[in-house]
Design a protein around this ligand. Sequence first.
Ligand code: ADP
Ligand code: MG
Ligand code: MG
Length: 883
Amino acid sequence: QQYVFRFGGGVSDGGKGDKNLLGGKGANLAEMASIGLPVPPGFTISTAMCTRYYDEGQSFPASVRTEVAEGLAHIERVTGKAFGDPTNPLLVSVRSGARVSMPGMMDTVLNLGLNDETVEGLARVSDDPRFAWDSYRRFIQMYADVVLELEHGRFEEALEIAKEDNGYFLDTDLTADDLKGLVAQYKALVAELWGKPFPQDVHDQLWGAVGAVFGSWQSDRAKVYRRLNDIPGDWGTAVNVQAMVFGNMGDTSATGVAFTRDPSTGEPGYYGEFLINAQGEDVVAGIRTPQYLTRAAREAAGAKPASMEEAMPEVYGELARTFDLLERHYRDMQDIEFTVEKAKLWMLQTRSGKRTAKAALKIAVDMAQEGLITEEQAVARVDAAALDQLLHPTLDPQAPRDVLTKGLPASPGAASGKVVFDADAAERAAANGEDVILVRVETSPEDIHGMHAARGILTARGGMTSHAAVVARGMGRPCVSGAGTLSIKAADKVMRVGEREVREGEIVTIDGSTGEVMVGAVATIQPELAGDFGTLMVWADRVRRLRVRANAETPADCRTAREFGAEGIGLCRTEHMFFDGSRITAVRQMILASDEAGRRAALDKLLPEQRSDFAEIFEVMAGLPCTIRLLDPPLHEFLPHEDAEFAEVAKATGIDIEKLRRRAAELHEFNPMLGHRGCRLGVTYPEIYEMQARAIFEAAVEVAEKTGEAPIPEVMIPLVATAKELKLMKAVVDKAAEAVFAEKGRRIDYLVGTMIELPRAALRAGEIAEAGAFFSFGTNDLTQTTLGVSRDDAARFLTQYVEKGIYARDPFVSIDVEGVGELVRIAAERGRATRPDIKLGICGEHGGDPASIAFCEEVGLDYVSASPYRVPIARLAAAQAAL
Ligand code: ADP
Ligand code: MG
Ligand code: MG
């Protein structure tokens, strides 16, 4: 088996289709080389080697050593330099690269191949001793940090002292001799901290770095990232070994990163940063403040240092042509790394650029309109879950704001929350349900869990392509980076801007679209649903088969749902209508009544209230199907719990307080979730369902008469386990319907059906479908009852269950396809066997989850129902599922 694949110098053993084997970076390096772009030669050790490395106790087979030697020979042939040769040394970088780009993997080691002899050689061939010694010192520092994992603070300290001793300000002020001295110190530090001298054998250096890349696949950082992003542990990473090119060879050299379109807004136009006389990491690490790529961007920012377009117009021209070529070639926005060595351009990486949801939308729509991709491809490209970011409010420009400082608009969206200064604190606070803003000097892969937990991220250092910015955009968290006036004292849990001070726990608001940081919370406004969003939704609607409804129970929710494109109501719960204002008193009288007559008297008071609720909803949803669930929760939820409340209720209802207490005690249940609830209430107190049905039909007739457009009520009986239950309850509903139609002299169409939320109901769906015209899968309860897990108590163990792979994902977020899904399949099949035109839908939380929607498409349900804000997500996910 071949493990090593070459690229560059006219050779490409792979291409962009080989990401699984070569990792994203390796596949694209090979691809760029094959289309004739200037790529420094190198080779990729495949991900299959990573897997084998772990299978064989973290060791390398002999065959791979031979292949690597051949790979090195390839680089030597193309560059005319030799690895470890003191007269003309070849230096390489060692770069990790999994299938998808993954923070948490080993950082790149640059300048590998330098030792006490080759450094002299490099000084001679380059005729630049300062450059040679700077490269060596960078190499030792990186190798010590990344491969040997020594305390990097000690190395930084030594560098700082070297500068201070000489009264320098910048790294670039250090002379060759200063750097030589620093190298000696670094080597001593390695010996002290590692217990062994810095490896002088270049092959030892190489294998050490390769082993470290593979080793980093199982690092804690990488594991956390994989867990958060659903990346399987057996993918493995590839290693790329590539000839160095030098951006630090003086003023005609530079290094930079760029996006072919703006990754925050999606606007066309190159977007990026570069640094003259610097090596790759310098830009990303935010050590010096980078310069703009284009003149337009520099001018827009009012910045002084020349843009690349101005400073190196010729190389810039070639770079711009390369951007266009890559975009056309990959038919997507690209994220690019390049280096200029003595006015010669080298391409070091390209990949599909991470982008905000807003940019994803704009780029997909623009590219379809530019003819680069089809409308269906555009639909497929926008991450449905990420649309969420666009559907939520942004800062109200009219609202007063108390601006503390301003940084870079690194990831759009607004967020308010309590300030926390470290990732663990962010995670803890978020677990307690608090909104937090994570504030760091700059972020690193160790902060990922905290960034995930936070509502937003604020950093004092780092540019638009810094770690914080890139990760925040990927996660959809608003981020303000590089707020330079901010002084953060994490240890004291305080940050300051001039005289002003913000302590941990105080609320700030960040606006990732403008870079503003404000003290306190700021009012927000609703999102814009026209434009690109509207266009993409039209395309999605053309493709999808599944209908999308909303879970809504107030007229306001219904209006939002319709604005977002809901095609009906999939679940209108009626219990909240029982709590409103004065109604609760009538409800309590009903519950406390000792006989049917008493209950009916109380229900008569509720009837007009329910009727007007339904009428309002039906008016908003005119002409659309509305599934209304009859009363579901256990009755004791409506009774008072505290002493003071009992006294109040006694007064309001005129019932003796002792009697009240006794009745409450009678209604107490040990396990209400499996207690006297759902259709069991309807079976024991049919008059409750009768009243609700009457309210529904009276309202429907009323609205039909008023607007001429009748709603289509779908009356849903909850928690059915047996066909008999449904038959009994259907009789109650039908009787009420007939009574109302006779009284009003007008009939309307309606359906009676049930929720399938108990395993028994799923299994007996064949019989249940005899009485039920529709099934709505109540997957929240169906998950609880199938897994035997109470959702409210699952927090204590479910995370671990997911971590240990017992469940692939949280089954309350994404449907458990194998278990709960099997029941859905069975019920759908058996229901259809009895009643071929039975309507099938889903109304649990899962109705808004793209993976679960894909499952619903596969089973052939008729519709999904999601909360109003998730309706567009469901529309897009339904379209993607149909593609
Ligand atoms: P990451 O995945 O973190 O971006 P990379 O492997 O892409 O890591 O490299 C980090 C930095 O080092 C980048 O800026 C890259 O351009 C630079 N770099 C990597 N290999 C070389 C090389 N052979 N010559 C010059 N710069 C390099
Ligand atoms: Mg890179
Ligand atoms: Mg339920």
